[in-house]
Design a protein around this ligand. Structure first.
Ligand SMILES: Cc1cc2nc3c(=O)[nH]c(=O)nc-3n(C[C@H](O)[C@H](O)[C@H](O)COP(=O)(O)O)c2cc1C
Length: 185
């Protein structure tokens, strides 16, 4: 699949088939997180694959009762180990950590789409509850939960914002960007 197609097709899915995903595909998806940019080359993202049914149910509960999560054959729980980034970047580290976790999550999301699998970016959860379920140390951040499986629903196309409603040229105060003139010399 071309990158532009994966970008266009990427959608959050909340209904999964009772069909397994191969270990090869799961490792391929996680590997794509490693290609994400990270401040100072200090890769802070850590991932935990969960396929234990009891733990999946507990995690769905910790995600404020989003029960669809436990129906996927696998969950990828994305965490950040902040120590090195904090050592190098001090007060900027927290911002960097969140940005690089987002980049890693999006890389995985796009590869999941490319493999014709499905996921949903889940960011609503009780972080301490997830730490307890998966034995994650308190100094680590839990960033997101990605249930991974085969889609059992067709998600409607989403209306995107108009490009000229979100873009400015040279100053935020300028009028919305007028397409067709200003970038070509
Ligand atoms: C940081 C973040 C947190 C999110 N948390 C949840 C969540 O807890 N549960 C959920 O069903 N979707 C969650 N989503 C998915 C959004 O609802 C979804 O991306 C948005 O509705 C746009 O739909 P699309 O991703 O299919 O284009 C989250 C997305 C992001 C980026």
């Amino acid at each position: 699949m071309q990158l532009i197609d994966a970008l266009e097709k990427r959608r959050c899915v909340r209904k999964f088939k009772n069909k397994d995903v191969s270990e090869k595909e799961m490792l391929d998806i996680i590997s794509c997180s490693l290609n994400a940019p990270c401040a100072g080359g200090l890769f802070s993202v850590r991932t935990i694959i969960v396929n234990d049914n009891e733990k999946k149910n507990k995690i769905a509960e910790a995600c404020l009762g989003q029960t669809f999560i436990a129906k996927a054959p696998y969950l990828i729980v994305v965490c950040s180990d902040k120590k090195q980034t904090e050592k190098m970047y001090g007060k900027y580290a927290n911002n960097y950590i969140k940005q690089q976790a987002g980049a890693a999550i999006q890389n995985m999301f796009l590869r999941i789409t490319d493999l014709k699998l499905a996921t949903c970016w889940v960011g609503s959860f009780d972080e301490n509850a997830i730490r307890r379920i998966l034995d994650i140390p308190s100094e680590m951040d839990v960033e997101a939960v990605l249930p991974v499986g085969y889609a059992d629903e067709k998600v409607e196309e989403r209306l995107k914002p108009e490009l000229n409603s979100v873009l400015r040229l040279n100053s935020y105060k300028t009028k919305p960007y007028k397409i067709g003139k200003k970038l070509d010399t």
